[in-house]
Design a protein around this ligand. Structure first.
Ligand SMILES: Nc1nc2c(c(=O)[nH]1)N[C@H]1C(S)=C(S)[C@@H](COP(=O)(O)OP(=O)(O)OC[C@H]3O[C@@H](n4cnc5c(=O)[nH]c(N)nc54)[C@H](O)[C@@H]3O)O[C@H]1N2
Ligand SMILES: Nc1nc2c(c(=O)[nH]1)N[C@H]1C(S)=C(S)[C@@H](COP(=O)(O)OP(=O)(O)OC[C@H]3O[C@@H](n4cnc5c(=O)[nH]c(N)nc54)[C@H](O)[C@@H]3O)O[C@H]1N2
Ligand code: SF4
Ligand SMILES: [Mo]
Length: 684
């Protein structure tokens, strides 16, 4: 029985990176939109409406749990739970050193919570902290940081409405960023903006497209190189921009001259004439904007994919101006912020490298510790950490993530989760709490105060409208207590505003922002100290790294990690509109349809026929890593040779099939290309 009071208060949707303003609606007991900085008419998608279900759900965690000698989780006091955590983490550090402990931060949680968690890790003595941006746009961030000096949307949602052409590659905004799609992209398209969609599937996004290139999963580099070759061949290069703002055009030009567009199109599995038409549409536009998503980033060559994409924008002068740029559509409501505040293993708050002695000294001064106390060696990334559990990692704190569903190669992950001391700080019992030694009940969105940073770099306020249920505590209070238990720092902050103020002193991109100035609006980074407003379009005269020029790069095709035999199909994975990531929250909602289309395997009619599969049949999908059974949806919307599943469920658990070969630079796993065998499940 929920005996809390619930009053409306302007907050931000806890789901995707669009960052719509939502609030509790007393009349319906659900959530509703208010006129936020992004959803200016108060519009929301079905998940936004359902967001309050997580707050009032009677499945919420309401008390700490500790695993007993009988192997079960039992209720415990907060002191008992923290005593156990303190004992195990300090024992691991005493025996193996601080790098034997790991901290998974949460892109579903606020800047202040993530900032404090990375501070706990670093003052404890390790850079072993990461968040699921690693699984998401880490490759995009790696490529864009290397070339442009900032791994974020170059433009703002509002100026992008001025584009003449949208090139949407490996993203499905109609489903995954619905309010951006409906309120920014569709109105521009209705006014004449051309859209090119590169995706192996025809999706709701494709319906609005003028050109659809149904690329073979894993073959975006030949496709993008061929588009670049057409742009050079047909004189669509912006010569002035290339001369003034880029370097190394010569080698790229030479490389592209060798690209046979027909052959490359065939390799990528698309029609060469369609590819040429798309390249022309992009190259001839006065202002052309790229949107990039998981179809690009989640490959073991994700960074190379994005490098190939950046070439297109640079060749055509589509950087540093309105209606253009390269725009990664970010995942959760605060995946941008979790990285900005330093919940990453190789950078401190504001993306200052952990290897930079000045950056460490500045932080040490603010934190009142010796500069030598902040470790200078980059920590492990998230997937690497799961590999190391039971090896070099002995204790792990998981805050607001569900790795037992979302990490690749689940058979291995689930074995590993059992091999270390595991704390799970969540709002629900999850597939991951099954492996936990201690479970801490935290706060849902409507119970927290703080800030989140959305996909176009807008820092916005969340406000509580009720308290955490039962004995649960706010996430910020829990992390403060964790800090007091694991370090000598008192972690004394009487409000999120204090934490935010500290963040603005150590993260230059947030420098000058004031919590009280956010109000019902937003502040956008970079927000240079002394300035009175943030920066809308990046890289206008100089790139964010201070350079006037960015490099053009030759990008060679990288073969997919899984070899594919003639009998195999290629499995790619993704999302549906009603469900969110592991489904831990949305599967419990009584507002959303339970996994409509989320538990099925999309397969092309010819692939189905050759295997004797009819629509709705249950099939077995397997490879050397694992096996599952699933009902089929036979549909020409997916290209031949490819099958598609979502990852929103624990049964079928698609990540038993995905591999954990990592991108060498970004360490993102290969979620979008797994060789699988598909056959009708024999009845027995
Ligand atoms: N409804 C809903 N919205 C969400 C989420 C959710 O779970 N549900 N999650 C949020 C998060 S964390 C993220 S990161 C974003 C992700 O948002 P998106 O980037 O849109 O994510 P996906 O649906 O995984 O993949 C996008 C498209 O890539 C295509 N694709 C697959 N393989 C390839 C390939 O090799 N090349 C190309 N070009 N395309 C390919 C897929 O068919 C799919 O349509 O969404 C956010 N929003
Ligand atoms: N096959 C495949 N796998 C994928 C992907 C894919 O496209 N294909 N995409 C990857 C991507 S892009 C991402 S981002 C990851 C997502 O991976 P995860 O972050 O592991 O997935 P979520 O379901 O978002 O997990 C959120 C957890 O936090 C809890 N939670 C939610 N809100 C709060 C809160 O306010 N406080 C606390 N304490 N807990 C909270 C939820 O109950 C849930 O258990 O999945 C990755 N996995
Ligand atoms: S578009 Fe994203 S932020 Fe907006 S209501 Fe839907 S899930 Fe929430
Ligand atoms: Mo994501």
């Amino acid at each position: 029985m929920d005996d809390r009071t619930h009053e409306p208060a302007h907050s931000i949707c806890p789901f995707c990176g669009v960052g719509c303003g939502i609030e509790y609606a007393p009349a319906s007991g659900k959530a509703t939109g208010w006129r936020g900085p992004v959803n200016r008419k108060g519009e929301v998608c079905p998940k936004g409406v359902a967001a309050y279900d997580a707050v009032t759900s009677d499945e919420r965690l309401t008390e700490p749990l500790i695993r007993g000698d009988d192997g079960d989780l039992h209720p415990a006091s907060w002191d008992e739970a923290f005593d156990r955590i303190e004992r195990e983490f300090t024992a691991a550090r005493d025996q193996y050193g601080p790098d034997s402990c790991y901290f998974m931060a949460s892109s579903n949680c606020t800047n202040e919570e993530n900032y404090l968690l990375q501070k706990v890790a670093r003052v404890f003595g390790t850079n072993n902290v990461d968040n699921c941006a690693r699984l998401c746009h880490s490759s995009t961030v790696a490529a864009m940081s290397a070339r442009f000096g900032a791994g974020a949307m170059t433009n703002t949602l509002s100026d992008l409405m001025e584009a003449d052409c949208f090139l949407v590659v490996g993203a499905n905004p109609a489903v995954n960023h619905p309010v951006i799609f409906r309120s920014y992209l569709l109105p521009a398209i209705k006014q004449g903006t051309t859209m090119i969609h590169v995706d192996p599937r025809a999706t709701d996004t494709t319906e609005a497209a003028d050109h659809h290139l149904p690329v073979k999963p894993g073959y975006d580099i030949p496709l993008l190189n061929a588009m670049a070759a057409v742009i050079v061949e047909e004189g669509l290069v912006d010569a002035a921009f290339v001369t003034e703002r880029t370097t190394e055009f010569g080698p790229l030009k030479q490389f592209l001259a060798e690209v046979d567009v027909d052959d490359a199109a065939e390799q990528a599995g698309v029609d060469p004439d369609d590819l040429r038409a798309a390249a022309r549409a992009y190259g001839e536009a006065d202002a052309a904007a790229i949107f990039t998503g998981m179809g690009m980033s989640q490959h073991h060559c994700g960074t190379a994919n994005v490098h190939a994409l950046l070439n297109l924008a640079l060749l055509t002068g589509n950087v540093g101006k309105r209606g253009a740029g390269v725009n990664p559509l970010r995942g959760q409501n605060n995946v941008q912020g979790a990285g900005d505040v330093g919940a990453l293993p190789s950078v401190l708050p504001g993306y200052r490298p952990v290897t930079d002695a000045d950056a460490r000294a500045d932080l040490a001064e603010e934190w009142g510790v010796e500069p030598s106390a902040i470790p200078s060696t980059p920590g492990l990334t998230e997937v690497e950490a799961t590999h190391e559990m039971g090896e070099s990692v002995h204790a792990c704190y998981v805050f607001g993530e569900n790795p037992a569903v979302t990490e690749p190669n689940q058979t291995r992950v689930r074995e590993k989760l059992d091999e270390c001391f595991l704390v799970v700080h969540d709002i629900f019992p999850s597939e991951t709490t099954v492996f936990a030694d201690v479970v801490l009940p935290g706060s849902a969105w409507a119970e927290k105060d703080g800030t989140v940073t959305n996909t176009d770099r807008q820092v916005m306020r969340m406000r509580p409208n009720t308290t955490p249920p039962g004995d649960a505590r706010t996430d910020l209070a829990i992390i403060q207590e964790l800090g007091r238990r694991l370090t000598d720092d008192p972690f004394e902050y009487d409000s999120p505003a204090r934490v935010f103020a500290e963040l603005t002193r150590v993260a230059p991109i947030y420098g000058g922002m004031r919590y009280d100035d956010i109000g019902d609006g937003s502040l956008r980074w970079p927000f240079p100290a002394g300035a009175d407003a943030g920066t809308d379009v990046l890289h206008v005269d100089r790139f964010e790294n201070g350079s006037r020029t960015a490099q053009l790069r030759v990008v060679e095709h990288v073969a997919p990690a899984d070899p594919v035999t003639d009998d195999d199909l290629v499995l790619t994975t993704g999302r549906v509109i009603e469900h969110f990531n592991s489904g831990a929250v949305t599967r419990r909602s009584d507002t959303l349809t339970r996994l409509r289309g989320a538990g099925t395997l999309q397969i092309h009619p010819e692939d189905a026929e050759s295997r004797g599969i009819s629509d709705g049949d249950t099939v077995r999908v397997e490879n050397d890593r694992g096996s599952l059974t699933v009902a089929t949806e036979v549909t020409p919307a997916i290209r031949r040779g490819t099958v598609f599943m979502t990852f929103h469920d624990d049964d079928p658990l698609v990540n038993v099939l995905t591999g954990d070969t990592l991108d060498p630079e970004a360490k993102i796993p290969e979620y979008k290309h797994s060789a699988v065998r598909v056959e009708v499940e024999p009845c027995n």
